[in-house]
Design a protein around this ligand. Structure first.
Ligand SMILES: *Cc1c(COP(=O)(O)O)cnc(C)c1O
Length: 403
C-alpha cells in the first residue's frame, strides 16, 4: 500500500544531526574509508568500533549490505563446493542465496508454529556428512533457540551463522543476537531497524576469523600492510563512508526507538492475543529484548468468516493500517523449484527442486505462511491510541462475520 498519507509513523526517521554528519563527510572530501595502512575517512572505523560495542562483541566489520555479509561469513568459514548448509524455510532469499553463491547447497528446515523461527527439533534429521553449518534467522528480531541450536552444532561439529538482519538490539539469555554463533551478520537496508539505506555488518568474537574476514572484505589485504599487497583472494565489500556517518548518528537514536518498539509490541501482543483466532509470534521468557523488525501474527480463517490472507491484508490496508508482505517459503521459489542456480553444481542432494519443492513436503511452513500477517516496525513507534485502533479494527472484522 501507499504509506505516504498514513496516520502511522513513517520510516526511516531522520533529523538535523543526520543531515549535518553526512554533509560533514561531503565537505571533508574524505569520501572513503581508506586502505588499512592509511585510514582516511573516520566514520567507517569509528562506526565499526561503536557497532562492536553495541553488539557486545570483539570484532565488527561494516560491509556493503546484508546479503554480502552472509556471503563473507560463509567464505570466512571455508564453506564451498560439496557442502550443505541448513537454512530456515521462511526467511528472505539472501539467507539461502548466500549458500548458493559459494557453490554449496542450502537445505531448508521447517519453522516452529509459535515462534516462526527454525524448528530446532527438525534440524538433526537434515544433517548429512556434507553438512557444514546452520544459518539461523531471528524472524522479526525474535531470537531463535540459540542455546539448543548451538548444542546441536557442537555435537555434529557444525558452524553456526546468525543472520541477524532483523535483530539489531535483540537479546536472549543475556547475550546479544549475532554473538551466539561463530559469525553474526546484519543488514542496514532501508526497511531495517538500524539503516543507512544500504549496508551491512559482520561480527565475531573469534580473532582468527576476524583476520580472515578483514582480508575478504578488503581485496585480500592484511591489517597494517601496504595497499598493493594482496595476500589471499578477497573482494571489495567496504561500506561507504557516507553510510557509516549516517549509521553513527542513527545508532544514537536507536535505544529510544528500540525501547518504544519493545513496550508497544508487548502491549499489542497482549491485546491481539485476547482476540479469539489471533496468535501473535511467541516471545519466550528468555527473550529480554526484541528488535521487532516486523510484528507477525497468524489468524484462524474459521474465526474470520474463512477469508483469505489477501482479504485480511486488504481489509487492514483499506482501514489505513500499514502492513508488510510476508516471505513466501524458500522451497517454492521459482529459482529453487526450477533449479535455476549456479552452472555446474550438483543440486541432487537438496530437499527441494521439482516435486521435492511441493508444499506437502514442508507442511508446517506452508500452513503458517498461508495465515501469516505482518505489521511493519514503524507501526510500533506509534502512540497507544494508534495501537488500540489496530486492535479495534481487527475486532470489527471478526464482528462483521458474527452479526
Ligand atoms: C534484509 C535481509 C537480508 C539482506 O540484507 P540486504 O542488506 O538487503 O542485502 C538478509 N537476511 C534477511 C533475513 C533479511 O531480512
Amino acid at each position: 500500500m501507499d504509506k505516504s498519507n498514513s496516520k502511522f509513523p513513517l520510516w526511516p526517521q531522520w533529523d538535523k544531526e543526520d543531515v549535518d554528519i553526512v554533509t560533514g563527510v561531503i565537505k571533508s572530501g574524505k569520501w572513503w574509508a581508506g586502505s588499512p595502512a592509511n585510514h582516511c575517512g573516520e566514520h567507517f572505523w569509528e562506526f565499526q568500533k561503536e557497532f562492536a560495542e553495541f553488539c557486545e562483541v570483539k570484532h565488527a566489520f561494516a560491509v556493503t549490505n546484508g546479503t554480502h555479509a552472509l556471503e563473507i561469513a560463509l567464505q570466512a568459514l571455508d564453506i564451498g563446493l560439496g557442502n550443505e548448509v541448513i537454512v530456515p524455510d521462511m526467511t528472505f532469499f539472501a539467507s539461502a542465496s548466500c549458500v548458493v553463491s559459494v557453490n554449496a547447497v542450502p537445505i531448508f528446515a521447517e519453522i516452529d508454529r509459535e515462534t516462526f523461527n527454525i524448528d530446532d527439533k527438525k534440524i538433526e534429521t537434515l544433517i548429512t556428512e556434507r553438512t557444514k553449518a546452520i544459518i539461523t534467522v531471528h524472524l522479526g528480531g525474535m531470537p531463535a533457540h540459540m542455546g539448543r541450536i548451538c548444542e546441536i552444532a557442537k555435537k555434529h561439529d557444525l558452524f553456526v551463522i546468525e543472520d541477524s538482519a532483523h535483530a539489531q538490539g535483540s537479546r536472549y539469555m543475556g547475550k546479544r543476537m549475532g554473538t551466539w554463533g561463530d559469525i553474526g551478520t546484519f543488514s542496514f537496508q532501508a526497511s531495517k531497524v538500524l539503516t543507512s539505506g544500504e549496508g551491512g555488518a559482520v561480527i565475531t568474537n573469534n580473532d582468527d576469523l576476524a583476520h580472515k574476514i578483514y582480508s575478504i572484505i578488503d581485496c585480500g589485504r592484511k591489517e597494517g600492510k601496504r595497499s598493493y599487497d594482496h595476500f589471499t583472494y578477497g573482494s571489495n565489500y567496504r561500506l561507504s563512508e557516507l553510510c557509516c556517518a549516517l549509521l553513527r548518528s542513527q545508532l544514537k537514536k536507536f535505544p529510544k526507538q528500540h525501547a518504544q518498539r519493545n513496550r508497544n509490541a508487548q502491549y499489542l501482543r497482549k491485546r491481539l492475543n485476547e482476540i479469539e483466532g489471533i496468535m501473535c509470534q511467541k516471545r519466550e521468557k528468555h527473550v529480554q529484548e526484541c528488535a521487532n523488525y516486523v510484528f507477525p501474527f497468524v489468524f484462524e480463517p474459521d474465526k474470520f468468516g474463512n477469508i483469505s490472507k489477501q482479504q485480511f491484508y486488504d481489509y487492514l490496508n483499506n482501514n489505513g493500517i500499514p502492513t508488510d508482505d510476508t516471505y513466501p517459503p524458500l522451497h517454492g521459489l521459482k529459482c529453487f523449484k526450477n533449479i535455476k542456480l549456479r552452472k555446474g553444481i550438483d543440486y541432487s542432494s537438496a530437499n527441494w527442486g521439482g516435486k521435492k519443492s511441493d508444499d506437502v513436503n514442508f507442511p508446517v511452513t506452508s500452513e503458517v505462511s498461508s495465515r501469516l500477517i505482518e505489521l511493519p516496525q514503524e507501526l510500533l513507534l506509534s502512540d497507544q491510541s494508534q495501537l488500540d485502533y489496530v486492535v479495534e479494527t481487527i475486532k470489527n472484522l471478526q464482528q462483521s462475520f458474527i452479526s
